[in-house]
Design a protein around this ligand. Structure first.
Ligand code: F6P
Length: 550
């Protein structure tokens, strides 16, 4: 029993009941589950907003689902969820509230942190962002030489890059095509070098996105961008004001960098980096799609927030997805989870989810600091489905590992495609449906033989099937639907962290590498003696300097 009166997860009777249930299920096959229950395809579905989830191709029965929900009940998921929405400091290791849901709260909502309603401040920033985005889009915002902005370069990394970059790609069909929006994240100078190709400093706006405004990659790139701008314009520091804006929680550091804080759009420490693209961090996206569509996206987020907060457990989509992941991770030894969007516009979606999920739930001690005795977050991976089919799907179908997957697709192509290209959409979606079917039901040896295949070839052409997928289908990839999808995964990650009893909102695991990089750098640049370098790293540094000609 821990300080919160909660049993260790693996000692809970509900966990043990699941373990027994797993043994009873044995090698059950999806073919048998479907054969035994003609209503399964209809019953194992849930709707949230515009999303339709079919989870019938998962290795679960009514009993599995009941036991998983009981586990969530015993683990206190609903209580922690309500505490999050109330603004309690559930990020205990950083002593912070976790309130990304307040970023999409309606104007008249009241969400308090330390007795103060944060919603008015959220809307004040949204209003300022809207006015600024409109000014840029309409050409009213002029650069130092009086010319309008034609290119926006977002400089940020992690949550200050992946979210806006993913959403920009996802909503490209809704963007103003006259504006060239680019994203720079890597401290590798070639990233900025490529992003600046063909840009005219007089028409370029840099959006420096960093919650802390101390992240070395971002500050280094922003400094180089400032040099490029000033030398390109042949101007002094006064030109910065018209070409640089900052998105941050740290006004002091923004000012120290040389950006006027009147050109800063703020957010707050209760917004985690990986949960931040619907805050000021979304400014580049808002400039691209316009404030109205940005707000439509926020409405989409809110729809799923409300669902997560109020839907009963049987119909609660994030709860369900979270529990399915726990089921596979701990009772089927699944190591990873694939997210496979059948939409080219979602090409960055899985990369975005990698940070959301793996930075949140890649933990191995519980909230009390005790080592956990169960699996936590999976390796999340994937690329747009059809491309994946011709790369790694072989392993999904016939490999030795179980890889549960989400297949995401849309009934309608995005607006703006020619009739011919829109006509390809059915073929795209036929692939999604075919893959779900093949993964679940496979192809038996008998079926292969019936095709006249030579006996020695039969094992190679047999598909065992029984590979679980959840299909997420929506009418179209609109700003609102994107918000719904992201919130669905945000809350799925929340559910898993709550059951695993870990702090899903800190990220201490990325600190050590940052500290060591700072320590090692002088060894590379000046050949300085660096204390505490292990023998392998010291030898690598020496070889690097040699190759570099130093
Ligand atoms: O990778 C660690 C991290 O702190 C992420 O959580 C965050 O999204 C990213 O760095 C960028 O941080 P910042 O927005 O403060 O520059």
């Amino acid at each position: 029993m821990n300080a919160e009166g909660r049993d260790r997860l693996d000692r809970m009777p509900q966990w043990q009941a699941l373990a027994r249930h797993r043994e009873e299920l044995g090698e059950v096959h999806l073919r048998d589950l479907f054969a035994a229950d003609p209503g399964r395809a209809e019953r194992y579905t849930v709707r949230v907003g515009d999303l339709y989830l079919d989870y019938s191709k998962n290795l679960v029965t009514d009993e599995t689902l009941r036991l998983l929900r009981e586990l969530a009940g015993a683990a206190g998921v609903a209580g922690l969820r309500d505490a999050m929405f109330r603004g309690e400091r559930i990020n205990t290791t950083e002593d912070r509230a976790v309130l990304h849901t307040a970023l999409r709260a309606p104007r008249d909502a009241v969400v308090e942190v330390d007795g103060e309603n944060v919603v008015p401040a959220v809307h004040a920033v949204l209003d300022r962002m809207s006015a600024f985005a409109e000014a840029v889009r309409s050409g009213k915002w002029a650069g130092h030489t009086g010319r309008p902005v034609r290119a926006v370069v977002n400089i940020g990394i992690g949550g200050s890059d992946l979210g806006p970059a993913m959403a920009y790609e996802a909503l490209r069909a809704y963007t103003d095509r006259k504006l060239d929006v680019r994203f720079v994240s890597n401290v590798d100078g070639s990233d900025l070098h490529e992003a600046l190709q063909g840009l005219d400093p007089a028409e370029t706006l840099f959006v420096v996105a960093s919650k802390t405004f101390t992240t070395i990659e971002t500050i280094t790139n922003a400094t180089s961008a400032k040099d490029w701008l000033l030398s390109g314009l042949g101007a002094g520091k006064e030109a910065v004001a018209k070409h640089f804006v900052a998105l941050s929680t740290n006004a002091e550091a923004v000012e120290a960098f040389g950006i006027d804080t009147t050109n800063m759009f703020e957010f707050w420490d209760w917004v985690g980096g990986r949960y931040s693209y619907d805050s000021a961090i979304g400014l580049s996206l808002m400039i691209a799609i316009g404030p109205d569509r940005f707000r439509e996206m926020l409405d989409g987020f809110r729809t799923v927030d409300e669902h997560f907060r109020t839907a009963p457990p049987e119909e609660n989509a994030p709860l369900l997805l979270g529990l399915l992941g726990i089921w596979y991770g701990s009772f089927f030894d699944a190591q990873s989870h694939a997210v496979l969007p059948y939409s080219h516009y979602l090409s960055k979606f899985t990369a975005y989810l990698q940070q959301l999920d793996m930075e949140s739930n890649g933990k191995s001690v519980d909230r009390q600091g005790e080592p956990v005795a169960w699996q936590t977050g999976p390796v999340v991976w994937g690329t747009p489905g059809t491309n994946g089919q011709h790369a790694y799907f072989q392993l999904l179908h016939q490999g030795t590992r179980l890889v549960p997957a989400d297949l995401i697709g849309f009934a309608r192509p995005v607006p703006g495609l020619s009739p011919e290209l829109a006509g390809q959409h059915d073929l795209l979606m036929a692939n999604l449906f075919a893959q779900g079917q093949a993964l679940a039901f496979g192809k038996t040896a008998e079926e292969v033989r019936a095709e006249g295949v030579a006996e020695e070839q039969v094992p190679h052409r047999t598909f065992r099937g029984n590979r679980p997928t959840t299909t997420i289908l929506a009418s179209g990839l609109t700003p609102s639907v994107l918000g719904q999808l992201v919130a669905l995964y945000e809350h799925k990650v929340f559910v898993q962290g709550a059951v695993w009893d870990i702090d899903s909102f800190d990220q201490w695991g990325v600190e050590l590498g940052k500290v060591l990089a700072k320590r090692v750098e002088p060894a590379l640049t000046e050949g300085a003696e660096v204390e505490g370098l292990d023998a392998s790293t010291a030898a690598l540094v020496a070889r690097y300097r040699d190759l570099r000609g130093r």
